[in-house]
Design a protein around this ligand. Structure first.
Ligand SMILES: NC(=O)c1ccc[n+]([C@@H]2O[C@H](COP(=O)([O-])OP(=O)(O)OC[C@H]3O[C@@H](n4cnc5c(N)ncnc54)[C@H](OP(=O)(O)O)[C@@H]3O)[C@@H](O)[C@H]2O)c1
Length: 242
Protein backbone atom coordinates (compact mmCIF):
# COMPACT_ATOMS: atom_id res chain seq x y z
CA UNK A 1 0.00 0.00 0.00
CA UNK A 2 1.24 3.52 -0.84
CA UNK A 3 2.14 5.83 2.02
CA UNK A 4 -0.38 8.69 2.48
CA UNK A 5 0.74 11.94 0.82
CA UNK A 6 1.84 14.45 3.48
CA UNK A 7 0.05 17.80 3.19
CA UNK A 8 1.03 21.27 4.36
CA UNK A 9 -1.97 23.61 4.57
CA UNK A 10 -0.92 27.21 3.85
CA UNK A 11 -3.51 29.80 4.90
CA UNK A 12 -4.95 27.25 7.32
CA UNK A 13 -6.86 29.65 9.59
CA UNK A 14 -8.82 31.17 6.68
CA UNK A 15 -12.20 30.17 5.33
CA UNK A 16 -10.66 27.79 2.77
CA UNK A 17 -7.92 26.57 5.09
CA UNK A 18 -10.47 25.56 7.72
CA UNK A 19 -12.47 23.58 5.14
CA UNK A 20 -9.26 21.84 4.02
CA UNK A 21 -8.31 20.89 7.58
CA UNK A 22 -11.78 19.43 8.19
CA UNK A 23 -12.12 17.54 4.89
CA UNK A 24 -8.44 16.56 4.60
CA UNK A 25 -8.46 14.93 8.04
CA UNK A 26 -11.12 12.47 6.86
CA UNK A 27 -9.09 11.17 3.86
CA UNK A 28 -7.20 7.91 4.47
CA UNK A 29 -4.72 8.46 1.61
CA UNK A 30 -3.77 11.97 2.75
CA UNK A 31 -2.06 13.06 5.97
CA UNK A 32 -2.06 16.64 7.28
CA UNK A 33 1.37 17.37 8.75
CA UNK A 34 1.44 21.13 9.38
CA UNK A 35 -0.53 24.35 9.13
CA UNK A 36 0.76 27.83 8.26
CA UNK A 37 -1.01 31.16 8.59
CA UNK A 38 -0.04 34.79 8.99
CA UNK A 39 0.54 34.91 12.74
CA UNK A 40 1.03 31.23 13.65
CA UNK A 41 -1.90 31.34 16.09
CA UNK A 42 -3.35 27.79 16.15
CA UNK A 43 -6.90 27.51 14.78
CA UNK A 44 -7.86 23.87 15.18
CA UNK A 45 -6.68 20.58 13.69
CA UNK A 46 -4.39 18.16 15.53
CA UNK A 47 -1.18 19.39 13.93
CA UNK A 48 1.60 21.92 14.51
CA UNK A 49 1.02 25.56 13.47
CA UNK A 50 3.66 27.92 12.06
CA UNK A 51 3.67 31.64 11.34
CA UNK A 52 4.48 32.65 7.76
CA UNK A 53 7.75 34.15 9.03
CA UNK A 54 8.78 30.71 10.40
CA UNK A 55 7.83 28.68 7.34
CA UNK A 56 11.33 27.18 7.02
CA UNK A 57 10.69 25.28 10.25
CA UNK A 58 7.77 23.18 8.98
CA UNK A 59 8.30 19.39 8.98
CA UNK A 60 8.76 17.42 5.74
CA UNK A 61 5.76 17.38 3.41
CA UNK A 62 4.96 16.12 -0.09
CA UNK A 63 2.36 18.67 -1.22
CA UNK A 64 1.52 22.20 -0.06
CA UNK A 65 -2.07 23.35 -0.53
CA UNK A 66 -2.18 27.14 -0.58
CA UNK A 67 -5.24 29.34 -0.12
CA UNK A 68 -3.75 32.40 1.52
CA UNK A 69 -2.63 35.86 0.37
CA UNK A 70 -0.51 36.73 -2.68
CA UNK A 71 2.37 37.97 -0.49
CA UNK A 72 2.68 34.49 1.01
CA UNK A 73 3.33 32.81 -2.33
CA UNK A 74 7.03 33.51 -2.98
CA UNK A 75 8.33 32.14 0.35
CA UNK A 76 6.13 29.06 -0.12
CA UNK A 77 7.40 28.48 -3.67
CA UNK A 78 11.00 28.75 -2.48
CA UNK A 79 10.27 26.23 0.28
CA UNK A 80 8.61 23.79 -2.14
CA UNK A 81 11.65 23.98 -4.43
CA UNK A 82 14.07 23.36 -1.58
CA UNK A 83 12.01 20.43 -0.22
CA UNK A 84 11.19 19.08 -3.73
CA UNK A 85 7.50 19.24 -2.79
CA UNK A 86 4.54 19.84 -5.08
CA UNK A 87 2.23 22.87 -4.86
CA UNK A 88 -1.53 23.17 -5.32
CA UNK A 89 -2.55 26.83 -5.11
CA UNK A 90 -5.90 28.60 -5.33
CA UNK A 91 -4.74 32.00 -4.09
CA UNK A 92 -6.09 34.75 -6.35
CA UNK A 93 -5.08 38.36 -6.94
CA UNK A 94 -1.53 37.35 -7.99
CA UNK A 95 0.47 40.04 -9.83
CA UNK A 96 2.58 39.41 -12.93
CA UNK A 97 5.73 38.74 -10.90
CA UNK A 98 3.97 36.18 -8.71
CA UNK A 99 2.53 34.41 -11.77
CA UNK A 100 5.99 34.32 -13.32
CA UNK A 101 7.37 32.83 -10.11
CA UNK A 102 4.80 30.01 -10.36
CA UNK A 103 5.99 29.29 -13.90
CA UNK A 104 9.67 29.42 -12.90
CA UNK A 105 9.13 27.03 -9.96
CA UNK A 106 7.22 24.63 -12.19
CA UNK A 107 10.46 23.89 -14.06
CA UNK A 108 11.65 22.15 -10.88
CA UNK A 109 8.51 20.87 -9.10
CA UNK A 110 4.91 20.07 -10.08
CA UNK A 111 2.64 23.12 -9.64
CA UNK A 112 -1.12 23.31 -10.17
CA UNK A 113 -2.78 26.71 -9.86
CA UNK A 114 -6.49 27.24 -10.46
CA UNK A 115 -8.61 30.34 -10.01
CA UNK A 116 -11.51 28.07 -9.16
CA UNK A 117 -11.34 24.46 -7.99
CA UNK A 118 -14.95 23.59 -8.76
CA UNK A 119 -15.62 20.96 -11.42
CA UNK A 120 -18.65 22.94 -12.62
CA UNK A 121 -16.54 26.03 -13.31
CA UNK A 122 -14.01 23.99 -15.27
CA UNK A 123 -16.87 22.79 -17.49
CA UNK A 124 -18.22 26.36 -17.70
CA UNK A 125 -14.88 27.55 -19.10
CA UNK A 126 -14.99 24.93 -21.86
CA UNK A 127 -18.60 25.86 -22.73
CA UNK A 128 -17.79 29.58 -22.77
CA UNK A 129 -14.94 29.05 -25.23
CA UNK A 130 -17.24 27.16 -27.60
CA UNK A 131 -20.01 29.77 -27.30
CA UNK A 132 -17.53 32.59 -27.99
CA UNK A 133 -16.32 30.83 -31.12
CA UNK A 134 -19.88 30.48 -32.44
CA UNK A 135 -21.06 33.98 -31.39
CA UNK A 136 -17.93 36.01 -32.11
CA UNK A 137 -19.85 39.19 -33.09
CA UNK A 138 -21.97 39.27 -29.89
CA UNK A 139 -21.32 41.49 -26.87
CA UNK A 140 -19.93 39.58 -23.88
CA UNK A 141 -20.40 40.54 -20.23
CA UNK A 142 -19.12 38.64 -17.21
CA UNK A 143 -21.03 39.33 -14.00
CA UNK A 144 -19.59 37.89 -10.78
CA UNK A 145 -20.87 38.03 -7.20
CA UNK A 146 -18.78 37.22 -4.10
CA UNK A 147 -19.02 37.84 -0.36
CA UNK A 148 -18.22 41.33 0.90
CA UNK A 149 -14.86 40.20 2.36
CA UNK A 150 -13.32 39.17 -0.96
CA UNK A 151 -10.38 41.48 -1.68
CA UNK A 152 -9.66 41.09 -5.39
CA UNK A 153 -11.97 42.18 -8.21
CA UNK A 154 -12.62 40.95 -10.83
CA UNK A 155 -12.34 37.47 -9.36
CA UNK A 156 -9.64 35.14 -10.64
CA UNK A 157 -12.41 32.99 -12.13
CA UNK A 158 -13.87 35.97 -14.00
CA UNK A 159 -10.44 36.67 -15.49
CA UNK A 160 -10.11 33.03 -16.57
CA UNK A 161 -13.56 33.16 -18.16
CA UNK A 162 -12.55 36.34 -20.04
CA UNK A 163 -9.50 34.43 -21.28
CA UNK A 164 -11.79 31.59 -22.42
CA UNK A 165 -13.89 34.13 -24.38
CA UNK A 166 -10.73 35.50 -26.00
CA UNK A 167 -9.46 31.98 -26.67
CA UNK A 168 -12.69 31.21 -28.54
CA UNK A 169 -12.34 34.37 -30.64
CA UNK A 170 -15.17 36.32 -28.96
CA UNK A 171 -15.34 40.08 -28.42
CA UNK A 172 -13.48 41.41 -25.34
CA UNK A 173 -15.56 40.64 -22.25
CA UNK A 174 -16.72 43.50 -20.02
CA UNK A 175 -16.33 42.69 -16.31
CA UNK A 176 -18.91 43.53 -13.59
CA UNK A 177 -17.96 42.67 -9.99
CA UNK A 178 -20.44 42.65 -7.10
CA UNK A 179 -19.28 42.28 -3.47
CA UNK A 180 -22.19 41.67 -1.12
CA UNK A 181 -23.31 39.58 1.85
CA UNK A 182 -21.99 36.04 2.18
CA UNK A 183 -22.20 34.81 -1.43
CA UNK A 184 -19.71 31.96 -1.96
CA UNK A 185 -19.25 32.69 -5.68
CA UNK A 186 -21.44 33.18 -8.74
CA UNK A 187 -20.35 33.76 -12.35
CA UNK A 188 -22.59 34.59 -15.30
CA UNK A 189 -21.19 34.90 -18.82
CA UNK A 190 -23.76 36.72 -20.92
CA UNK A 191 -23.63 36.76 -24.74
CA UNK A 192 -25.91 39.46 -26.20
CA UNK A 193 -26.91 39.50 -29.87
CA UNK A 194 -29.69 41.26 -31.82
CA UNK A 195 -32.96 40.18 -30.23
CA UNK A 196 -31.52 37.33 -28.14
CA UNK A 197 -29.26 36.64 -25.17
CA UNK A 198 -27.43 33.54 -23.98
CA UNK A 199 -26.45 33.24 -20.28
CA UNK A 200 -24.11 30.57 -18.93
CA UNK A 201 -24.21 30.59 -15.12
CA UNK A 202 -22.40 28.78 -12.34
CA UNK A 203 -23.34 29.16 -8.67
CA UNK A 204 -21.28 27.77 -5.81
CA UNK A 205 -23.36 27.44 -2.66
CA UNK A 206 -20.82 25.74 -0.44
CA UNK A 207 -17.11 26.55 0.02
CA UNK A 208 -16.37 22.84 0.49
CA UNK A 209 -16.61 22.52 -3.31
CA UNK A 210 -13.26 24.28 -3.68
CA UNK A 211 -11.61 22.34 -0.86
CA UNK A 212 -12.74 19.01 -2.33
CA UNK A 213 -11.42 20.12 -5.72
CA UNK A 214 -8.04 21.04 -4.20
CA UNK A 215 -7.79 17.64 -2.47
CA UNK A 216 -8.73 15.93 -5.75
CA UNK A 217 -6.02 17.95 -7.55
CA UNK A 218 -3.46 17.07 -4.84
CA UNK A 219 -4.01 13.34 -5.31
CA UNK A 220 -3.56 13.73 -9.08
CA UNK A 221 -0.53 16.01 -8.75
CA UNK A 222 1.22 13.56 -6.42
CA UNK A 223 1.97 11.37 -9.46
CA UNK A 224 3.03 14.15 -11.85
CA UNK A 225 6.56 15.27 -12.80
CA UNK A 226 7.67 18.92 -12.66
CA UNK A 227 5.44 21.18 -14.74
CA UNK A 228 2.73 23.81 -14.61
CA UNK A 229 -0.73 22.24 -14.58
CA UNK A 230 -4.35 23.37 -14.66
CA UNK A 231 -7.37 21.77 -13.00
CA UNK A 232 -8.47 20.75 -16.49
CA UNK A 233 -5.35 18.56 -16.74
CA UNK A 234 -6.39 16.72 -13.60
CA UNK A 235 -9.93 16.29 -14.93
CA UNK A 236 -8.62 14.73 -18.11
CA UNK A 237 -9.60 14.27 -21.71
CA UNK A 238 -13.39 14.22 -21.24
CA UNK A 239 -13.41 17.89 -20.30
CA UNK A 240 -11.16 18.96 -23.16
CA UNK A 241 -13.44 17.21 -25.66
CA UNK A 242 -10.54 15.08 -27.01
N1 LIG B 1 -9.23 28.94 -6.34
C1 LIG B 1 -10.36 28.73 -5.64
O1 LIG B 1 -11.15 27.81 -5.93
C2 LIG B 1 -10.65 29.64 -4.47
C3 LIG B 1 -11.80 29.48 -3.69
C4 LIG B 1 -11.96 30.30 -2.58
C5 LIG B 1 -11.00 31.24 -2.27
N2 LIG B 1 -9.91 31.39 -3.07
C6 LIG B 1 -8.83 32.33 -2.78
O2 LIG B 1 -8.06 31.76 -1.72
C7 LIG B 1 -7.48 32.80 -0.94
C8 LIG B 1 -7.88 32.63 0.51
O3 LIG B 1 -9.27 32.74 0.63
P1 LIG B 1 -10.00 32.71 2.06
O4 LIG B 1 -11.41 33.09 1.82
O5 LIG B 1 -9.71 31.40 2.74
O6 LIG B 1 -9.22 33.90 2.80
P2 LIG B 1 -9.13 34.26 4.34
O7 LIG B 1 -10.29 33.69 5.09
O8 LIG B 1 -8.88 35.74 4.40
O9 LIG B 1 -7.82 33.48 4.84
C9 LIG B 1 -6.50 33.86 4.46
C10 LIG B 1 -5.51 32.94 5.15
O10 LIG B 1 -4.19 33.27 4.70
C11 LIG B 1 -3.36 33.50 5.85
N3 LIG B 1 -2.28 34.42 5.51
C12 LIG B 1 -2.28 35.77 5.44
N4 LIG B 1 -1.08 36.23 5.07
C13 LIG B 1 -0.29 35.12 4.92
C14 LIG B 1 1.07 34.93 4.56
N5 LIG B 1 1.87 35.97 4.26
N6 LIG B 1 1.54 33.66 4.48
C15 LIG B 1 0.76 32.61 4.77
N7 LIG B 1 -0.54 32.72 5.14
C16 LIG B 1 -1.05 33.98 5.20
C17 LIG B 1 -4.31 34.04 6.88
O11 LIG B 1 -3.72 33.93 8.18
P3 LIG B 1 -4.06 35.03 9.36
O12 LIG B 1 -5.43 34.64 9.83
O13 LIG B 1 -2.99 34.80 10.37
O14 LIG B 1 -4.01 36.37 8.69
C18 LIG B 1 -5.49 33.08 6.68
O15 LIG B 1 -5.19 31.82 7.24
C19 LIG B 1 -7.97 34.11 -1.59
O16 LIG B 1 -7.01 34.55 -2.52
C20 LIG B 1 -9.24 33.69 -2.29
O17 LIG B 1 -9.59 34.55 -3.36
C21 LIG B 1 -9.72 30.60 -4.16
Amino acid sequence: MNMPARLLIHGASGRMGQALLRLGAAEADLRLVAAVNGDGQAAGGHLPWFAAADIEQVPDFDIAIDFSRPEGLLPLLALCRRRQARLVSGTTGLDAGQREALTAASKHVAVLWAANFSLGVAVLGALVERAAAALSAWDVDIVELHHAGKRDAPSGTALRLAAAVAGGGGRPAVQHSLRAGDAVGEHCVQFSGAGERLELIHRATDRDVFARGALFASRWLAAQPAGLYRLEDALGAALRGD
